[in-house]
Design a protein around this ligand. Structure first.
Ligand SMILES: Cc1cc2nc3c(=O)[nH]c(=O)nc-3n(C[C@H](O)[C@H](O)[C@H](O)COP(=O)(O)O)c2cc1C
Length: 195
């Protein structure tokens, strides 16, 4: 009896391990959560663990790694704010579409993939396949089956950072020697999905 019980426990542990690492095949593998229940800080999620900004639709999209941005509350809406330099291929997709997604991953495992997606351009080839990620259609856009959290956003405001508005002007010399100021996108959060 004890032997059967141990086998059962081992089986359940293995099953949990398998499902935890599974690649999501559809949004059915995710459950929608209330943004107000998100316990992680934006500084940790975006700044340390990084995110993928993806814009476009499942027939034509691009993605890039981002570590600058935030999650918060603005104009009585829950928002994500991201910053994209104009030379990024993703910039064209951000400009042409109404929506974008932020995808979050188990970082120990996916940091090399995000490093690749943050150094290669989608202009030069299929970097998503090279990074080993599986595109996944979301209600409003595209994410990846490997993501453990997806935030869907609708663009509600965008503008280039204005060099004249910097109070700490040392940032300009440090971050913008080429004067390629980021465009800021404020996205209203439409859904947060977790698995
Ligand atoms: C950790 C990390 C964080 C990054 N954060 C940003 C960012 O917040 N904004 C940005 O414009 N580029 C950022 N980049 C650079 C883009 O991800 C990179 O230039 C990418 O290759 C652009 O791809 P694309 O041309 O396919 O859009 C980051 C890169 C890395 C590795």
């Amino acid at each position: 009896m004890k032997k059967y019980f141990i086998s059962l426990v081992v089986f359940v542990i293995m099953l949990c391990g398998c499902t935890g690492n599974k690649i999501a095949k559809s949004m059915n593998d995710y459950r929608e959560i209330d943004i107000r229940n998100l316990r992680e800080s934006a500084g940790r999620l975006i700044g340390e663990d990084w995110t993928l900004i993806t814009a476009g639709d499942s027939t034509n999209f691009n993605t890039m790694t981002a570590s600058w941005g935030t999650l918060g509350h603005l104009w009585n809406r829950h928002v994500a704010i991201v910053f994209v330099r104009p030379q990024r291929y993703t910039f064209e997709f951000m400009e042409n579409g109404d929506y974008f997604t932020l995808s979050f991953f188990e970082m120990e495992k996916y940091r090399p993939a995000l490093q690749l997606l943050g150094t290669k351009s989608g202009r030069d080839g299929d970097k998503v396949s090279e990074a080993g990620l599986t595109p996944l259609a979301t209600p409003y856009g595209v994410s990846f089956g490997e993501a453990n959290m997806i935030i869907e956003c609708k663009k509600i405001y965008s503008e280039f950072l204005n060099p004249k508005s910097f109070i700490d002007t040392t940032i300009i010399d440090k971050v913008y020697p080429q004067k390629d100021f980021h465009k800021m996108y404020v996205g209203e959060i439409l859904g947060v999905w977790r698995r």
